[in-house]
Design a protein around this ligand. Structure first.
Ligand code: PEP
Ligand code: MG
Length: 577
């Protein structure tokens, strides 16, 4: 049986289910009456903190990567800090409450404090505080931590929600895959799983209650599904697939210094999708051709006030300088939908994905929008920076956004602040109406980037976060393919203009053949996928891909398209597919 979820990536895995339950039971606040009780509670609190600090010390010593070492060190310092301990003791004394209540209150305050700091690494850590808090509570309650040292064979961790701390363990050698009910691609645990290269699928409803301990399952992190009840034939096919995936991985290092070319030497760009500073080193290391999508909203989330222009400018400038002339496409704020900020009042909405999102909010809040625009313009003086507007659905929106951009330019010019006066401006094609009028829109912009994550959800009317209807969400839907073709065709023969794709579809091995055939110029993918996409593209002949695409356009269903592309992929990618 196949269960669909959100693909977190990192490849394929086969292993036995190990269900972990890290949920904290419902707790009632205790009231303490006597001085002895309060003193005892504070002593126990200290023991809990010391013991968790010791755990992190051990994890730090045995950490498998520098990222993890740094994380453990951070938690250790945090829990050892005098001010933190004193604050917890004060809560016990003042509120005459138990240690768990004190831990919860003080750690919550700490998370809020961190979310306000103008430092990307610390801000990111505010999201982990809940995990550290739960670790303290489990320790206080005497609940044993998940013990991965007992594992002796290939294992798939399954849980309602995997706490990041589980992956900090030095015993993850037998963990081959991760499956959880909760957690997005950008969650911290997803990022850790990527660092460790563990195939993962998240967002499968009730899966920890559906599977049983010890049963064999297949995890396809690339496509976002798992399978159980495997037959011997299935198992053989899966083992073969895993072997090919490993072969492909081993061949990727050599791609780092090679240009992004098709088999017949057609030059394409393979750029990265990025969201914060922590991804910069990774994408530079794999020699990305630039950044095709900088999701600026991550700089706005998890804080209680909007970031200042200087803060945004400094982040963008750092990226622009480090990219050293390679393109940096900065998308203006894509807030709303599933991304909410406490200080941006979108109001209650029945359908947030169809509501007050992205450019719609920015056009109505001109001064707020101009802060971002000025920050991007200022950074354009330091590199090859371009601006991109998200969620465009009409020509009027492009006109309005450009008017506000002109105002921002005039403001900077009046203060003699340098910026690139000819900065390129593009739009995301992620609303079907924009794809349909792409021939009109292209005359007003320098480039398009096709956002298939949204374009597909709006075209087939399927909420991209709803696993119940995710079977209808397909890269191979002929309606979606026609919209992509229309968009790419609108840019053909337009001098100095280009079209890219920054949705997940750009990293799909079957879709890549189709996209090369349709004439896409730029593929913007997660940094961890860059070398793989480069390798796949290097095996595709663009003329052959064009012929394949012509046949795809005659097919009538998603299944027919997928089956046909799968057959062609086997021929093109050979032993790697
Ligand atoms: C998209 O919609 O394809 C896209 C890249 O934007 P996001 O996933 O940030 O909505
Ligand atoms: Mg989008």
């Amino acid at each position: 049986m196949r269960y669909l979820g959100n693909k977190v990536g990192n490849g394929l895995a086969l292993g036995k289910v190990y269900i972990i339950n890290t949920k904290i039971p419902e707790l009632k606040e205790k009231r303490l009456a006597t001085l002895e009780e309060l003193t005892k509670e504070k002593e126990e609190l200290k023991e809990v903190l010391d013991s968790v600090v010791k755990d992190y010390e051990e994890l730090e010593i045995n950490a498998v990567s520098d990222d993890i070492k740094q994380l453990c060190n951070f938690y250790k310092i945090l829990l050892n800090s005098k001010s933190l301990i004193t604050s917890m003791e004060e809560v016990i004394d003042e509120e005459k409450c138990d240690k768990i209540t004190a831990i919860t209150k003080v750690m919550k305050r700490k998370a809020e404090e961190l979310s306000l700091v103008d430092n990307a690494y610390l801000k990111e850590r505010s999201k982990d505080i809940e995990d550290v808090t739960n670790k303290l509570i489990r320790k206080a309650l005497g609940i044993k931590e998940v013990d991965l040292s007992i594992l002796t064979e290939d294992t798939i961790l399954v849980s309602e929600e995997i706490p990041p701390s589980v992956l900090l363990s030095n015993n993850i050698g037998h963990v081959k895959g991760i499956v959880s009910e909760i957690g997005g691609k950008t969650s911290h645990v997803a990022i850790l799983a990527s660092t460790l290269g563990i195939p993962s699928v998240f967002g499968i409803k009730e899966i920890s209650k559906t599977l049983t301990d010890g049963e064999l399952i297949y995890v396809n992190g690339n496509e976002g599904y798992i399978e159980n009840n495997l037959t011997d034939t299935n198992i053989d096919v899966i083992k073969e697939k895993i072997k090919k995936e490993e072969l492909l991985k081993a061949s990727l290092v050599e791609m780092k210094d090679k240009p992004s070319l098709t088999k017949d030497n057609k030059n394409l760009e393979i750029t990265a999708n990025a969201g914060d500073l922590s991804e910069l080193d990774k994408l530079l290391e794999v020699n990305s051709d630039g950044i095709g999508l900088f999701r600026t909203e991550f700089l706005f989330l998890n804080r209680s006030t909007a970031p200042e222009e200087d803060y945004l400018f400094n982040v963008y400038k750092t990226f622009a300088e480090k990219l050293n002339g390679k393109p940096l496409i900065i998308r203006t704020l894509d807030i709303g939908g599933d991304k909410k900020c406490p200080y941006i009042d979108i109001g209650e909405e029945q359908n947030p994905f169809l509501g007050y999102r992205a450019i719609r909010y920015c056009l109505d809040n001109k001064e707020f929008f101009k802060v971002s625009l000025r920050a991007i313009l200022r950074a354009s003086h330091y590199g090859n920076v371009m601006i991109m507007y998200p969620m465009i659905s009409s020509l009027e929106e492009v006109y309005k956004a450009n008017e506000i951009l002109d105002e921002a330019k005039r403001e900077l010019a009046s203060k003699n602040i340098p910026f690139n006066k000819n900065i390129k401006v593009g739009i995301m094609i992620e609303v079907p109406s924009a794809a349909v009028i792409s021939d009109i829109l292209i005359d007003e912009v320098d480039f398009f980037s096709i956002g298939t994550n949204d374009l597909i959800q709006y075209t087939v009317a399927v909420d991209r976060l709803n696993p119940t209807v995710s079977n209808l969400y397909s890269f191979y839907n002929p309606g979606v393919i026609r919209l992509i073709k229309k968009t790419i065709d609108s840019v053909k023969d337009k001098k100095d203009k280009f079209v890219g794709m920054c949705g997940e579809m750009a990293a799909d091995p079957l879709a890549i053949i189709l996209l090369v055939g349709l004439g896409l110029h730029e593929f913007s993918v997660n940094a961890s996928m860059i070398l793989k996409v480069k390798k796949l593209i290097s095996m595709i002949d663009s003329k052959e891909a064009k012929e394949i695409t012509e046949h795809v356009l005659t097919l009538k269903t998603s299944k027919e398209v997928e089956t046909y592309l799968d057959m062609e992929a086997k021929k093109i990618y050979g032993r790697y597919y």
